[in-house]
Design a protein around this ligand. Structure first.
Ligand code: AMP
Ligand code: MG
Length: 525
């Protein structure tokens, strides 16, 4: 490998670690991490890597195909300066306090400092057990790893804040999983993703310290986070700085959820241990992309009963999670009022950003208070017949006032799943809404072409459709990595129509409607 990476492991230097050097499952108190080595694997193979993420780290493209790169990213070798560790955190899972969780199968290798002085933590997911593995094995299977790898990069190219993925490697070893937790365990290929982010700190890191009343350490971790990631919040140690920091986290989280809603992303497991302190998407598990528009949809079968993490509930859950984070940092501030005020800003921030986002999706120059009616009407229209959200907006960009009602409806044709659902009353309602919409559009001084261009910049044509990810998983399981690499390439330009790649934009085929991995995913990974 030609590239010399510079590592600087501030997290280890500035915060206390677990004094126990051995790797066994335990409660870790008074520490933010435990040093732990990745478990070597037998015969790794590189499935795919992201040249963009490599570039971010300053890794030469040619190095990505090198043997050293593979061995490092499969956990068999460390580069000089790497000092691996697992982080200690807790979290609220499905609404209940779960106590210590921690990096049970993620191992940070170290922070790369680039030539532009940017810092990125590199983290292997699935590289073996850590002190936080509880009853699990520390490993990950190909299907979930491929989904995390592709989705991280897809989200980045869509403009949604996210952790990144550098690589996806097979370990050459099998991992046993019972996909639907119904007593059918099976051996699956093991895999490791290398994730990259400025930090992997979560709400749960702070919550765990607060729950244990380790106030001094809580303050140290907060100061570390502010100093390195939120310096604009103010001078360290001041109450006003902690409040400002919280306000920023509220703001970043609101923006993140608006972006998820824009592209139709459902995280699936918005536990507080899966909420990044940076407001970036983290921990891709049983996530899914909306196909037919449905506010109640969740891809996660583990959450099927309560649907806590359904599409339409994501903003409310984000706010609930922020409340848990506020409770955690309360000891630093000692007054509830400023935190309550900041938290209450979530709703108004979310509402105004969301309205602007929807105006953008519709190609309107701005959101006007009266547009609320148009948005309510849209919500209704999208629910009349099974309607693919992604294709709907791309089709809508083609509709113009000059067209007949039927021609306008034809623009949306690809978005409808079942023709027979387009009964007369349904088409009538769609005609009416299209009429209202195009009339509203005509009050902006924008040509149809300009509106189309604006809309197509915020409404993707290619998203990581669940069945497409599954096809790539099926192929990769048979040793064919071309599908995952092609999908990665398609998702690099989600807003631009790509010749000969129409099938990547196609709505979910019937066979995928109820197939495990396409419309149904569990936490098993
Ligand atoms: P998740 O639901 O994936 O966010 O995981 C919740 C917790 O379980 C985290 O502490 C993970 O590190 C841990 N975990 C999940 N899968 C495994 C595994 N296979 N081995 C060890 N820990 C795991
Ligand atoms: Mg997690």
């Amino acid at each position: 490998m030609q590239t010399q990476l510079q590592f600087d492991n501030r997290f280890l230097e500035e915060l206390p670690g677990d004094p126990e050097p051995d790797n066994f499952v335990r409660e870790v108190r008074g520490a933010c991490y435990s040093r732990v080595q990745p478990t070597p694997v037998r015969s790794p193979t590189m499935v795919a890597f992201s040249p963009e993420t490599a570039n971010l780290l300053g890794i030469e493209a040619t190095d990505c195909s090198s043997e050293t790169f593979l061995q490092v990213l499969a956990g068999n070798k460390l580069l000089p300066g790497m000092d691996p560790f697992a982080m200690c955190y807790g979290g609220h899972q499905f609404g209940n306090w779960a106590g210590q969780l921690g990096d049970g199968r993620a191992i940070n290798l170290g922070d790369v400092v680039t030539s532009e002085r940017a810092r990125y933590a590199m983290q292997l997911k699935g590289a073996g057990p850590t002190p936080y593995s509880r009853t699990a094995d520390g490993l990950a299977v190909l299907r979930s790893s491929l989904r995390e790898f592709l989705c991280s990069e897809a989200m980045h190219h869509l403009g949604v804040p996210t952790t990144r993925a550098l690589s996806l490697a097979l370990t050459g070893q099998e991992v046993v999983r019972d996909i639907l937790y119904d007593g059918h365990p099976k051996a699956e290929p093991g895999a490791i993703v290398c994730r990259v982010a400025p930090t992997f700190l979560r709400f749960g890191n702070f919550e765990l310290l607060a729950s244990r009343r380790e106030s001094e350490l809580l303050r140290d971790l907060a100061d570390y986070t502010i100093k390195n990631h939120f310096p604009e919040s103010g001078p360290l140690g001041k109450t006003s700085t902690y409040i400002e920091w919280f306000r920023t986290v509220v703001q970043l989280t609101a923006t993140l959820i608006v972006q998820w809603m824009r592209v139709g992303f459902v995280h699936g497991v918005m536990n507080t241990d899966n909420m990044s302190i940076l407001g970036i998407t983290i921990d891709y598990g049983p996530y899914g992309w909306l196909e037919n528009y449905d506010l109640n949809w969740t891809p996660n079968t583990t959450d099927a009963a309560g649907r806590r993490y359904r599409f339409g509930q994501q903003p409310a859950i984000a706010q609930w999670n922020l409340l848990q984070f506020a409770n955690a940092i309360y000891p630093l501030i000692g007054e509830a009022k400023p935190l309550e005020t900041a938290l209450s800003e979530f709703a108004s921030l979310y509402e105004s950003e969301s309205q602007q986002m929807m105006a953008n999706k519709l190609g309107l120059l701005e959101f006007r208070p009266r547009d609320k009616e148009l948005l309510d009407g849209l919500e209704n229209v999208l629910s009349l017949a099974e309607t693919d959200m992604t294709l709907f907006y791309r089709g809508l960009a083609e509709a113009t006032e000059e067209m007949t009602p039927t021609a306008r409806l034809n623009c949306l044709h690809d978005a409808f799943y079942t023709e027979s659902e387009l009964t007369d009353p349904v088409t009538h309602e769609i005609f009416r809404w299209l009429g209202d919409y195009l009339q509203r559009v005509s009050t902006d001084d924008v040509s149809d072409q300009q509106r189309r261009d604006r809309m197509n910049q915020v409404n993707p044509l290619y998203v990581l459709r669940n069945y497409r990810a599954q096809l790539a998983i099926d192929a990769a399981g048979k040793g064919d990595f071309s599908a995952v690499n092609e999908l990665l390439d398609v998702l690099r330009n989600p807003y631009t129509e790509q010749p000969h790649r129409g099938e990547y934009a196609a709505k979910r085929p019937e066979w995928a409607r109820h197939r495990v991995g396409c419309s149904m995913l569990s936490c098993s990974s």
